[in-house]
Design a binder for this molecule. Structure first.
Ligand code: EPZ
Length: 430
């Protein structure tokens, strides 16, 4: 298993081009199941979750073709992927794929809407929480699907198609909103989704579905209205920039006391994160296609954050902010309200010398003067990258094990950081 070695303590200076958003690309790819035509997505990130989803879509009978590098030859525009799901030959999403990547369960809504049946493995819990599927299931049932759980699978049927319904989610869920948006696009009649997620990835999905011929209004608000149509057609669409990658590299600049220009992104995508970073002592200057971020003093200040659905502070940026707060000149209270078990990075940050006490859903971080490198490992993507950030600021050598978590969601992480002066390398072990 590969690991990453970092010799920390160097300020990072330079430019980083942000990739397409993994968490947008995944549902956009699933939307290919809604049409017989070809869907072409550009600015696709080169990360492992994308390959896993391609495997699943091909398992359903889709044909997927990667179209090489961008026309300008820059290589960073991302590959474009064409998917044609004219012939859906298999409606099962197997455990082996869905357990690795929960986004696989998003195929349920589109398969039900287009084919009238789906057999989708329950994803199961994961390192950050139990992550049930109840909101997806009950909302699809409200649209007329019959769903039973047998042998770890959701067996869903809608032989007469799905019918529009008024659905109110009891909790804001990104995945359930995406699943229902796709299902409702091909349902009979009007579906209203209340308490829907407002994340930019939802807006991206609405824009794609609209380009495919769907009739949807309300993106960016908690009320989405979908008038079902008989068929959707193919289109070409560019995936939005990855806001979590953007925020992660913004913190890399601040934690190391450097200055990084982030391009191919927008500050507006992560306003809540940038507000917290400014309060902590970052300087941010917006540019035409991104922003420049640096630290304005020798240390950062303690800032409390609480994770919330968008436009609140994102849970996917909680671990990275905690890494920054370990070196604050005061204390910070970090409260996680989205997932019940998303502090797995705390004991690993402690191995680098951080002073953190967890009380239920909150972690009290008392800033220390310095971190010192050590071998660490983490159990999920964002926890792993928080250790990379801490390692960049720590004195001496940090080895981060279980790099496959990072490979699920960060494209060319070592290369991007090394280009800004980080002493970082991947160690290949058999
Ligand atoms: C998406 O997961 C993201 N994944 C996650 O990013 C992100 O952390 C999360 O949204 C919240 O922003 C993708 O987009 C692929 P949810 P999702 O449904 O859709 C509860 C990363 O690091 N819930 O919005 O699965 C759930 O348990 C990943 O890139 C139910 O109770 O998250 C959680 O507490 C990790 N029942 C809350 O809702 C349900 O049926 C929000 O989860 C569904 C969800």
């Amino acid at each position: 298993m590969d690991s990453i070695r970092i010799k920390g303590g160097k300020p990072l200076n330079g430019k980083i081009e942000i990739s397409g958003a993994k968490n947008s690309a995944l549902p956009l790819m699933v939307a290919s199941l809604l049409t017989e035509d070809t869907l072409t997505l550009s600015n696709l990130p080169h990360v492992a979750d994308i390959s896993t989803l391609i495997t699943l879509l091909c398992h359903h009978g889709a044909i997927a073709v990667m179209n090489g590098e961008s026309a300008n030859g820059g290589g960073c525009d991302g590959r474009s992927l064409s998917i044609n799901a004219k012939n859906i030959t298999n409606t099962e999403a197997p455990y082996d794929i869905v357990r690795k990547m929960r986004a696989g369960a998003l195929v349920m809504g589109p398969l039900l809407a287009r084919i009238g049946k789906a057999r989708v493995s329950l994803p199961g819990g994961c390192a950050i929480g139990t992550r049930p599927m109840n909101l997806h299931i009950s909302a699809l049932e409200e649209m007329g699907a019959k769903i039973t759980i047998t042998g770890g699978y959701m067996e869903a049927e809608a032989p007469d198609g799905l019918t529009g319904a008024d659905i109110r989610f009891e909790t804001v869920s990104v995945g359930a909103t995406e699943n229902l948006l796709m299902a409702a696009s091909l349902a009979k009649g009007t579906t209203v989704l209340e308490n829907a997620a407002k994340e930019p990835e939802i807006t991206d999905l609405v824009h794609l579905l609209r380009a495919m011929g769907a009739d949807i209004t309300g993106e960016g608000t908690s009320r989405l209205v979908i008038n079902g149509v008989d068929r959707l057609h193919g289109t070409s669409y560019r995936v939005m920039p990855d806001r979590i990658e953007t925020g992660t590299y913004a913190i890399a600049a601040v934690i190391t006391g450097g200055k990084i220009e982030l391009t191919n992104t927008h500050a507006s995508l992560i306003r809540s994160v940038l507000d917290a970073l400014e309060e902590a002592g970052a300087d941010i200057e917006e540019t035409e296609n991104g922003f420049i971020i640096s630290r304005d003093g020798p240390t950062v200040h303690g800032v409390d954050i609480m994770t919330l659905p968008y436009p609140g502070y994102p849970t996917d940026m909680q671990a990275q902010f905690m890494a920054l707060m370990t070196l604050a000149d005061g204390a910070a209270m970090i409260t996680e309200t989205i997932f019940e078990n998303r502090f797995m990075h705390v004991p690993e940050l402690a191995r680098l010398g951080a002073n953190i006490t967890v009380h239920g859903h909150s972690a009290l971080v008392r800033g220390v003067k310095r971190l010192v490198g050590a071998p660490v490992m983490a159990t999920d993507l964002r926890a792993s990258v928080s250790l990379v950030l801490a390692g960049l600021a720590a004195e001496g050598e940090t080895i981060i094990n279980r790099v496959y978590h990072l490979d699920r969601g960060y494209e060319r992480l070592e290369e991007k950081l090394a280009a800004c002066g980080a002493d970082i390398e991947r160690i290949h072990t058999s």
